[in-house]
Design a protein around this ligand. Structure first.
Ligand code: SF4
Length: 157
């Protein structure tokens, strides 16, 4: 089974500060899955390291619908980069016939249940996770890998 994964969860140093967010929980899946790593912020054309960004109200769905912007801490508007990155990830998912994604929680791009909204944590999906969900892809939170993966897939074997 092929699964799209936020690249930082696999140990790739693509976070805003040049670090990774390696998840040991993914190791339970390695014998049965092929991971397709993606970093929507890099795919959107942003550099690493980069100024941290946050959704300026609402959530990723509101960004997709053009209602709110994504702004960096120094006030730059990176909305177009976030939308481009989300679109590229969705294109990869379509090319690879992906039906499941595991995405990094608490990110304005990849968050599933929580995002960073102008310096404070908030409920909601990031821009890329919102787009993948709209495309019918099952998006699993990095905070819930073992429980959700096992619940949805292991029992089918
Ligand atoms: S955009 Fe997603 S994959 Fe890239 S560093 Fe942030 S959380 Fe990780």
């Amino acid at each position: 089974m092929k699964i799209l994964v936020s690249a930082c969860l696999l140990g790739i140093r693509c976070r805003y500060d040049g670090s990774s967010a390696r998840s040991e929980d993914l190791s339970i899946l390695t014998d049965e899955t092929v991971f397709i790593p993606v970093c929507p912020e890099q795919l959107g054309g942003l550099p690493t390291p980069r100024c941290p960004a946050a959704i300026a109200g609402g959530d990723g769905g509101d960004v997709l619908d053009g209602r709110v912007q994504v702004l960096t801490e120094d006030g730059g508007d990176v909305t177009a980069r976030f939308l481009r990155g989300a679109g590229e990830v969705a294109r990869i998912a379509s090319m690879m016939n992906i039906s499941t994604a595991i995405m990094k929680e608490k990110s304005p791009s990849c968050g599933v249940f929580s995002i960073k909204r102008t310096k404070i944590p908030a409920d909601g999906m990031g821009v890329t996770s919102a787009l993948l969900t709209r495309k019918g892809i099952h998006v699993i939170s990095s905070d819930n890998i073992i429980d959700e993966y096992v619940r949805h897939y292991r029992h089918r074997k």
